[in-house]
Write a protein that binds this ligand. Structure first.
Ligand SMILES: NC(=O)c1ccc[n+]([C@@H]2O[C@H](COP(=O)([O-])OP(=O)(O)OC[C@H]3O[C@@H](n4cnc5c(N)ncnc54)[C@H](O)[C@@H]3O)[C@@H](O)[C@H]2O)c1
Length: 248
């Protein structure tokens, strides 16, 4: 079933996974808005995929409102929203402080909630919508050195299920995609800053049934499917794309 052309907003669209998601949605003939804290990088990805680049900080109300208005004013109402912006560092829980916790929760949990609050009215008007939130296997089964991030992503999964319930009658689906360890700039930064993280991540790779860490190219097709017309009867689901690391 071919999917109709939609306006697709991708937060974190200039990141490792976000960029690949933008490429894939553009290849599926959507009008892609690449939204990222790094505005120059967003413009570069937009240039590559023939989309619109906007600076957007998911932690800032005005920034989200302005970016959504710019995207809908230029490309039309937003039918697809992929929340891929995220941030973390590996730390033992007792080494975290309130500022760290607030940042992790602001970017990974409150951020997607804020973006959804701005895009869902478009989808209600369209009587069609797709929300895909990039959570994490950390939010399903926990992850050593990622207590706060696991809490944020677990909250994001629960939030997504509730949005799925509330907006089903409007033709809107909402699903979570949970990557396992995936080769992106975020992973590089985590490994560079903490040698203990590199050891934990190597152990995760060894226990992954498919025997390797993920690539952005593993994640994007799952997101693309959940954004399609063909996925219209799939909602409230949590899809791990992690080489079999988690199976329940
Ligand atoms: N890489 C992994 O192993 C892994 C595993 C599980 C889940 N994830 C999740 O996947 C998603 C994509 O991560 P990635 O690995 O591609 O990381 P990345 O660092 O390559 O990309 C994240 C992007 O988010 C942007 N961003 C950060 N804070 C932002 C903010 N406040 N507002 C808007 N944009 C912001 C960054 O500028 C960056 O471009 C994230 O939600 C992350 O938590 C990553």
């Amino acid at each position: 079933m071919p999917t109709a052309r939609r306006t697709a907003l991708v937060t974190g669209g200039a990141g490792g996974m976000g960029r690949e998601i933008c490429r894939t949605l553009a290849a599926s003939a959507h009008d892609v808005a690449v939204a990222d804290l790094d505005g120059d990088a967003a413009l570069a990805v937009a240039d590559e995929v023939g989309g619109l680049g906007v600076r957007l900080d998911v932690t800032d109300e005005d920034s989200v409102g302005e970016a959504v208005a710019t995207v809908s004013g230029t490309c039309g109402p937003i039918g697809i929203c992929v929340n891929a912006a995220g941030w973390d560092r590996f730390l033992p829980f007792l080494d975290t402080d309130s500022a760290f916790c607030e940042r992790v929760l602001a970017v990974n949990l409150a951020g997607p909630m804020r973006v959804c609050r701005y895009v869902l009215p478009h989808m209600v008007d369209l009587r069609w919508g797709r929300i895909v939130n990039i959570a994490s296997d950390a939010g399903r089964v926990g992850s050593s050195l990622e207590a706060v991030y696991s809490g944020a992503k677990g909250g994001l999964i629960a939030f997504t299920k509730t949005i799925a319930r509330e907006f089903a009658r409007h033709g809107v689906t909402a699903n979570s995609v949970c990557p396992g360890v995936t080769d992106t700039p975020l992973l590089d930064a985590i490994k560079d800053e903490n040698p203990a993280a590199a050891r934990v991540l190597a152990a995760v790779e060894r226990s992954t049934p498919l025997g390797r860490i993920g690539l952005p190219q593993d994640i994007a097709p799952a997101v693309d499917f959940l954004c399609s017309d063909a996925a219209g009867f799939v909602t409230g689901q949590t899809l791990s794309v992690s080489g079999g690391l988690t199976m329940a």
